[in-house]
Design a protein around this ligand. Structure first.
Ligand SMILES: [Zn+2]
Length: 658
């Protein structure tokens, strides 16, 4: 099958998200309980009473900053105190009949080897209950018995990181402005003739599943079959990269007692059982790629140059430093019968949250500052999502996740909690022991596949455009600076006498994007060599285009915008400069007004050519830069001398004065 045929087939099976109708919403039943805490089983927000008990649980400090042993002792004392009180009340006959306020049900793990006469249905129900984990979400400061912390600490720790699992899907749990796409089994009948192909695949998948159960196979056997039977088509798709692929992130530890985040953030590496992302290309090596693949945006070299430049630092591959599998949209975690299905859920959701952060960063205006400081590129840019799939033997779960801000009722602003929240809702689950169930799972996975190569891939490509344009500007800024240096460099000719070709790089360009600081020195050195290569490549590629390009009008040299004091942060036009000053440097309205006034004066001067042209305004007082003659060890690079910021086409301006 040719690539184009594959794509047209993909479009055919893509179903549009069904419009949300009133009928589909879970109809909330009148609430009969007295206390209710939000948790994975709450089917609709209206089930929570107005006087939500979260308000009664004012965060206490009895759970923070103490060790497990101290907490255990404290808990024992508290219990003894309570019993004493009860005994005293009994003595004076003041003890009425106690009222039960809340019951936490702890579902036991499901042993699939010792079935003890339980039917398939019994097992399925028991496993669904166990999969849910903690009955209610983390309440900061809540004092719970150690046994509860041991059982649910991992789930509550995820809540602190912002990861919330909901066992019952409701559109009401999706932020109104967020447009979530869901695969659906509506509108297709599994016995229809058009489903022949999928039914045949389902039959094969089922046979393997049943064999694995019968012979009590290991996790490896289950996983190997999933790769073949469930993800086979995804792996064959040339637009996708599907692999066991490491992801990196920066994480804080979870406090054992409070389950809140604490301590210094640490670099973390994890490898999910399967990651589904977009394939990258080397168009130069394969000029016959069809245009429809839009390989240019997903060009490995260009993505790597965005990854490394200090002013971009766009991480496209979850394995930092790579550009092989980019912007994942799904993750899979498998557990055999000896594993824990809850752990599979937690691992898959943790990976999913990292992928959501990557997509969120991509969807915002380009720059190296934290994503939260940059606005979305368009009104639709927040509409990204990921899927998380888990299996425990033959029992599969399909979850959909999206990211949003933490809300007030989720203790927004509380210490030890993330700012963002990642909501993962179960959209399907089942034990694949019938052909119908196998078909259902394949149908959903096929739809996710189609969505991945169409909607998701388009989303990524559209949002990469701004990054590529910005990356070009950043490199052009560095070249212009370099050229300014070379034209005033008395040793230039001496350098040209050397026989071997050299790539001249400004010292500032050797400083890599911020994420690189988490890597080892060796890895950093390798990346620095790559950065030098990309500087040369970008210069060669864009030299002609840059010749007459006067788009860089300003260079910001404040604070982090120019850590090596130059060449500064490139900005197009006055408005972009003002927005940058307000957003990145927090300039007050007064400063902005002064700048605007200065711009008008400059404009007047430009329009009166007889007067001396005030190209360069006051120098920044963020420290007079001394001659920068650092010499990088790389054989490609050379030293750079001093040069005025006003050189080149851009202008420098002081914005520290009020
Ligand atoms: Zn700046």
């Amino acid at each position: 099958m040719s690539k184009s045929e594959k794509f047209s087939e993909a479009v055919l099976v893509l179903r549009l998200r069904p419009a949300q109708t009133e009928a589909e919403e879970v109809e909330p039943e009148p609430w009969k309980g007295t206390v209710h805490l939000d948790g994975p089983m709450v089917p609709h927000p209206s089930f929570l009473r107005e006087d939500d008990s979260s308000k009664n649980h004012a965060p206490s400090n009895r759970t923070t900053g103490i060790t497990k042993e101290e907490y255990r002792a404290q808990w024992k004392d508290k219990r003894a105190e309570l019993y004493q009180e009860i005994r005293a009340l009994k003595k004076t006959r003041e003890l009425g009949s106690p009222e039960i306020l809340a019951v936490d049900v702890a579902w036991p793990p499901v042993d699939m080897i010792q079935r003890n006469g339980r039917t398939d249905d019994d097992l399925e129900v028991a496993l669904e209950k166990y999969y849910v984990g903690a009955q209610h979400y983390l309440i900061p400061g809540e004092e719970t018995p150690i046994s509860m912390i041991e059982r649910y600490g991992a789930d509550w720790g995820l809540n602190a990181r912002g990861i919330y699992y909901r066992h019952i899907y409701s559109p009401a749990y999706v932020t109104p402005c967020h447009n979530l796409w869901l695969p659906s089994l509506h509108g297709t009948h599994w016995s229809h003739i058009s489903e022949d192909g999928r039914r045949a695949r389902a039959e094969k998948f089922l046979k393997h599943s049943l064999d694995n159960e019968r012979f009590k196979k290991s996790e490896y056997a289950w996983e190997a079959d999933a790769w073949q039977d469930v993800f086979g088509l995804l792996r064959e798709d040339p637009a996708l990269a599907v692999d066991k692929h490491e992801y990196n992130t920066i994480k804080q530890n979870r406090s054992y007692v409070s389950c809140l985040l604490e301590g210094q953030p640490k670099f973390v590496r994890r490898i999910p059982d399967a990651t589904f992302g977009l394939a990258t290309f080397k168009p130069a090596d394969y000029p016959d790629y069809p245009d429809s693949m839009d390989v240019w945006s997903l060009d490995r070299d260009r993505l790597e140059s965005l990854l490394l430049h200090r002013q971009c630092g766009l991480i496209s591959d979850p394995h930092w430093g790579d550009v092989d599998l980019v912007f994942p949209f799904a993750v899979y975690e498998a557990k055999g019968w000896s594993g824990d299905p809850r752990e599979a859920r937690r691992q898959a959701c943790s990976a999913g949250a990292v992928y959501l952060d990557m997509l969120d960063n991509l969807a915002r205006k380009p720059g190296a500052s934290p994503a939260s400081e940059r606005p979305y590129q368009t009104a639709q840019s927040c509409n990204n999502q990921v899927f998380a799939l888990t299996s425990f033997g033959a029992h599969w779960h399909v979850l959909v996740g999206y990211k949003r801000q933490r809300l007030e009722n989720e203790y927004a602003g509380h210490e030890g909690l993330s700012k963002s929240v990642y909501v993962f809702q179960r959209i399907w689950s089942g034990r694949v022991v019938t052909k119908r169930k196998a078909w259902e799972l394949l149908s959903l996975v096929d739809q996710i596949h189609s969505w991945g190569v169409t909607e998701h891939r388009d989303f990524v490509i559209q949002h990469l455009k701004a990054w590529h344009a910005f990356g070009k500007l950043c490199y052009a800024n560095d070249f212009q600076y370099l050229e300014g240096q070379l034209s005033s460099d008395p040793f230039k000719e001496h350098r040209e006498e050397h026989g071997e070709p050299r790539i001249l790089v400004p010292v500032a360009s050797l400083q890599l994007a911020a994420w690189v600081k988490n890597l080892t020195t060796d890895a950093r050195d390798k990346l620095r060599d790559k950065a030098v290569f990309h500087f040369g490549e970008a210069r060669r590629r864009d030299a002609d285009a840059n010749k007459d390009d006067r788009s860089i009008e300003w260079r910001c040299i404040q604070g982090d915008c120019s850590p090596a004091k130059r060449p500064g942060f490139p900005l197009k036009g006055n408005e972009e400069f003002l927005t940058h000053c307000r957003r990145v440097h927090g300039c007050s309205d007064k400063v902005i007004a002064n700048l605007r006034h200065a711009f008008n004066e400059l404009k007047d001067l430009d329009e009166r050519p007889n007067e001396p042209n005030m190209r360069q305004m006051k120098r920044s007082n963020c420290g007079e830069p001394g001659p920068s003659t650092k010499r990088h060890k790389s054989r490609h690079s050379t030293a750079q001398g001093e040069s005025d910021l006003g050189k080149g086409k851009a202008r420098a301006i002081d914005l520290t004065d009020d």
